[in-house]
Every structure is written in structure tokens, then in C-alpha cells.
Design a protein around this ligand. Structure first.
Ligand SMILES: N[C@@H](CCC(=O)N[C@@H](CS)C(=O)NCC(=O)O)C(=O)O
Length: 205
């Protein structure tokens, strides 16, 4: 049985979304990070970094949202969340996942850190404007990569779309929703999936 440790409105929604797409049975354990539960010793034994998501499958522990989604994709191949046996497609899948973690979400994370996530005396509010400007560049790359396809790898929705769409929803929350019609249509297409609704409901308890 899989256990997902998460907290609503965080990157754990990505993992819950993948589990729901896969039709997996899982236990959901809420770790209230804003109440400091991530720093509790009992949770740090699961994820030393004190962050969500973390997935436990028997004696196997996995952290990092992108790795968790790929693991779910491998465990539940019928969900087609990850390309199997096509090295080029798998390469492109990895490319877009690394792009989200390394490029697209970084300006948003900078904004979050300097608005509320870091201790108050570490915050440098002046970097927020820079991060807002920075965010425009990966959006252009994303739009070009998407082209006229419904999903980032083509006709099939994959785990890379979970990462991208979740990050675009995060941007919207910060009033940085992409203005391009193509990306707006992509957001409508991905964020309206029933599996995401179920994931959010599961996280809300
Ligand atoms: N790279 C990690 C980031 C995880 C992360 O930063 N999670 C945040 C919530 S979105 C967290 O748990 N923060 C609590 C903390 O930093 O103490 C992933 O994608 O899973």
C-alpha cells in the first residue's frame, strides 16, 4: 500500500494528481507544514528535508514531486503517465520535467520564499520584481514547446503535464497567469481533469 505525505496547496498535489490519474489506492497523511509538522522528528525520519511530498511504498521512500510522478507512471503503466520503451519520447519527458523543476518553477519559488517561506529576516523583497520578470522567459519556451499540440508530448497527457499545469496554476495564484491563448487553453484542458479535482478533495480531507 502506498502512503502519500502531503499538504493541501503545495507540490504534493502533483503526486496526489498522478495517483488519481493512475487509479491507485493510497493512504493520504497530512503534514501541516505551516504548523511546523514537517520539522517534527517523526516526519524528518521519512524526509530529512522536512518537505512534502514524500511517498512511502512498503520499505521504499521517495521524495521530489517529479521523481514520485515518474515512479507512479512506472508502477501503473496502464495510466500512460510516462513514455515506456521509446528512448526519444522518454528523453523529451525528462527534458520537460527538468525544465519545470529547474526553470519554470524557480521564479515562483523565489517569490514564495521572499514573501513568506523564508524566516522574515532572510527575506529580500526587492528580488520579487526580478523574479516576476524572469518568469516570462520560461513561459515563452513552454509555449513554443507546446506548439499546437494538446499536451506537451503530443496527443497523450503525461506526468510532465501534471508538473507543468500545476506550476501554471501556481502562477495564476500569484496573478502571473500566462496571457497567451495557447497556454490558457492548455491550462483549461489540463486543470479541468477529474483526477485533479479528486486529488484536491483528497488533500482537503
Ligand atoms: N523539489 C521539491 C520541493 C518540495 C517543497 O519545497 N515542498 C514545500 C511545499 S510546496 C515544502 O514542503 N515546504 C516546507 C518547508 O520548506 O519547510 C519537490 O518538487 O518535491
Amino acid at each position: 500500500m502506498i502512503t502519500l505525505y502531503g499538504c493541501p496547496y503545495t507540490r504534493s498535489t502533483r503526486a496526489a494528481w498522478a495517483l488519481e490519474e493512475a487509479g491507485a489506492e493510497y493512504e493520504y497523511v497530512k503534514v501541516d507544514i505551516s504548523a511546523g509538522e514537517g520539522r517534527a522528528l517523526s516526519y524528518r525520519r521519512i524526509n530529512l528535508g522536512g518537505k512534502v511530498p514524500a511517498l512511502v511504498d512498503g520499505d521504499f521512500v521517495l521524495t521530489e514531486s517529479a521523481a514520485i510522478i515518474a515512479y507512479i507512471g512506472d508502477q501503473y503503466p496502464q495510466a500512460r503517465l510516462i513514455p515506456i520503451s521509446d528512448a526519444r519520447l522518454r528523453g523529451l519527458y525528462d527534458q520537460w520535467c527538468y525544465f519545470v523543476i529547474g526553470e519554470l518553477e524557480q521564479p515562483l519559488w523565489t517569490i514564495a520564499k521572499h514573501r513568506f517561506a523564508l524566516p522574515e529576516d532572510w527575506r529580500v523583497p526587492a528580488v520579487i520584481d526580478t523574479a516576476i520578470k524572469e518568469f516570462a522567459q520560461p513561459l515563452k519556451v513552454l509555449e513554443s514547446g507546446l506548439g499546437d499540440q494538446p499536451f506537451i508530448l503530443g496527443e497523450t497527457f503525461t506526468g510532465a503535464d501534471i508538473l507543468i499545469a500545476h506550476t501554471l496554476a501556481w502562477a495564476k495564484k500569484y496573478e502571473l497567469a500566462p496571457q497567451s491563448e495557447r497556454l490558457q487553453a492548455y491550462m483549461d484542458r489540463t486543470l479541468s481533469r477529474p483526477a485533479l479535482t479528486r486529488a484536491r478533495e483528497r488533500e482537503a480531507g
